[in-house]
Design a protein around this ligand. Structure first.
Ligand SMILES: [Zn+2]
Length: 177
């Protein structure tokens, strides 16, 4: 049977977003296992993954080693291009201002993220900046809440583990006195 032309297929962009976010969640899981704040990101061009990243600032002694930056670097090196027009970046957690800035420099077309980050997440801040400054030469469309549940559960798991490690250390210190 002949395949239907792409245009006639029903819109499955939601399914696609969840599939790519699933890959980003696997990378976040790897961060968690390394003792880093669990965030994963993939960069997609023409429905193909061209960049992968996971949060690694501790392992690399690099404050800029956020998952999104890692995915942008991976994709740019692979495609030999510092600009990634038409790219979609999937991140398990709402990106910070640094990562959003890098996405603008790279001309990323769309950002899809999972859970919001009330502390450093800057999507709303970017919108305010864009609305107040007409000189913004590039715009990145944003969509949050895609597979937010597993992303936020992983963050909770990380911070609970870290809290209990701190209290175990404190108990240990008390016993040594
Ligand atoms: Zn960031």
């Amino acid at each position: 049977m002949l395949e239907q032309p792409l245009l006639r297929q029903p819109d499955r962009s939601g399914d696609r977003d969840e599939r790519f976010m699933g890959l980003a969640l696997e990378l976040a899981r790897a961060s968690l296992e390394e003792g880093e704040v669990p965030v994963g990101a993939v960069l997609v061009v023409d429905r193909a993954v061209v960049g992968r990243g996971r949060n690694r600032p501790i392992a690399l002694s690099d404050p800029t080693a956020h998952a999104e930056i890692q995915a942008l670097r991976d994709a740019s090196a692979r495609l030999c291009n510092y600009r990634l027009p038409g790219a979609v970046l999937y991140s398990t957690v709402e990106p910070c201002l640094m990562c959003l800035g890098a996405m603008l420099h790279a001309r990323v077309a769309r950002l899809v993220y999972g859970t919001t980050d009330p502390k450093v997440g800057a999507v709303a801040r970017l919108r305010e900046l864009r609305d107040s400054d007409a000189r913004f030469s590039h715009d990145v469309r944003t969509q949050g809440g895609v597979l937010a549940g597993p992303a936020s559960r992983m963050l909770l798991e990380f911070f609970e583990e870290r809290r209990s490690a701190v209290s175990r250390r404190n108990v240990h210190r008390l016993h040594r006195r």
